[in-house]
Design a protein around this ligand. Sequence first.
Ligand code: VGL
Ligand code: ZN
Length: 197
Amino acid sequence: MIDIQNDFCPGGALAVADGDAVVPLVNALQDRFSVRVLTQDWHPADHASFAANHGGAEPFSMTGMPYGPQVLWPVHCVQGSSGAAFHPGLKTDPADLVIRKGFRAAIDSYSAFYENDKTTRTGLAGYLRDRGVTDVVLTGLATDFCVYYSAIDAVRDGFSATLVTDACRAIDMDGSLAAAMDDMRAKGVRLVASSDL
Ligand code: VGL
Ligand code: ZN
């Protein structure tokens, strides 16, 4: 369950259209799984992904980081803020693990498995292997960023990955949703509606 936090829901700092609509479905789906993991985008105020920390840079513009191109985002999911809290309707008690990510100021972290340098691990793969997990099912926000990178990195680390299409919502900037869907299909991520799960 990726980043189902106030700042990614309507009224939040980086609101995903209709983001809160996933909550009832994600709550209902949780009962069907034996291992449940929440991720939480969790940035320090001086995070390098914030446009506000790059002089006059516009939110949603691009910059270069040592690890490659990086979108500059509005300030969002600052550690301890109400925007970083989970959506109040999300059932969080059944979760076995909460993975926080993006807590290093110099590097963004979309994926639940790797930071954006694609080498620094979050520890999730090791946790899942220790728990005997082989199949990962993904829900949450945003389809074309954190859910997408989590799904392809799950495959990269040897898990089967299934994205529940109606339990996700997208940011969709500059064709990012179509590109993410194409890349997930190409890499073997299963894209399935909850009714077919
Ligand atoms: C996300 C942009 C920046 C996400 C997180 O959860 O998809 N997107 N931080
Ligand atoms: Zn973020």
